[in-house]
Design a protein around this ligand. Structure first.
Ligand code: R5P
Length: 282
């Protein structure tokens, strides 16, 4: 078995792949040990975010070079385009499905990823013809939250899509409704309303979601909980993009994420899980 490590995994392991850019921005990849990969089972560690389009192109090139491998398992902690799994308007495409089919066609036997948005639960799945193992970090996040909130807290998700993260802790979910796409160049649907009727008065609350993008979901959830009289509020999410000034604002309340996408508040590490996968124990 060969383990190939992309430079964008250097926070965890010494990279052994070459990935660069030509002066014009085109992507360059090289697998120095390509001969040793022939006929072998390969585990490829490559992050697909940030710069998702470039990262996907790098992946396609790496997979092309690995055509003679026996099998390829990709560990990509966050799967980009995973939020576009439904059609809202005529003429749109399900980009989540397209990406998964592409990865399958390019030779991936299995994708191992974390809290994949469209799967909404942990386990083994097949989507777009691609086998996917989806690992949830909800237990790790709840455990880590104890450092801030002690043993006594409730876990709440800001929308029903993330309810699978909180159900095993007896947690409730808010009801989020998004509106139409905004005018202009950004494909963004603002939050029309977010409803919550739980009793949180005087309680410590951990808000848990699969991702923080612009932060709007967390801001609304915090507002709801503050109005309902919650004591301490802490935000946690598997993936943290922290677009615009969302990280600065969320730090005022309290926030942590995992290192699926490294950031200054990545406090839950996926490294132990990856080690188990490499040893064949996960
Ligand atoms: C959506 O359903 C996801 O679970 C997240 O709640 C959402 O993507 C977060 O986006 P934002 O931070 O922009 O509100």
């Amino acid at each position: 078995m060969k383990v190939l490590i992309s430079p964008n995994f250097k926070d965890m392991y010494e990279p052994n792949l070459e990935i660069k850019q030509f002066p014009d921005g085109d992507t360059y990849t090289r697998i120095p040990q390509i001969e040793e990969c022939k006929g072998e089972d390969v585990i490829l560690l490559h992050r697909l975010y940030p710069e998702q389009n470039t990262k996907l192109m790098e992946l396609i090139f790496l997979l092309e070079a690995l055509k003679k491998a026996k099998s390829i398992v990709l560990i990509a902690p966050y799967l980009p385009y995973s939020r576009q799994d439904k059609l809202f308007k005529q003429g749109e495409v399900k980009s989540a499905e397209i990406i998964c089919s592409l990865l399958r066609e390019k030779g991936i036997e299995k994708l191992i990823t974390f809290d994949c948005h469209f799967l909404k639960k942990e386990g083994e799945f097949e989507y777009g013809g691609l086998k996917i193992k989806n690992i949830s970090l909800n237990k790790e996040m709840a455990e880590h939250a104890k450092e801030y909130l002690g043993e006594e807290f409730e876990v709440i998700s800001p929308d029903q899509g993330a309810s699978y993260l909180v159900e095993e802790f007896g947690g409730e979910s808010m009801k989020k409704v998004r509106g139409e796409y905004n005018e202009g160049g950004e494909a963004y649907r603002t939050i029309e309303k977010m409803e919550f009727s739980g009793d949180v008065k005087g309680k410590n609350i951990l808000i848990m979601d699969d991702m923080i993008s612009t932060g709007s979901t967390m801001f609304k959830a915090i507002e709801n909980l503050q109005k309902a009289g919650a004591k301490k509020i802490l935000c946690a999410s598997t993936h943290g993009f922290f677009l615009k000034d969302s990280l600065k604002k969320l730090k005022e309340t309290g926030v942590f994420v995992s290192d699926t996408i490294p950031s200054e508040v990545s406090e839950v590490s996926i490294k132990k899980i990856i080690e188990k996968i490499i040893k064949g124990e996960e």
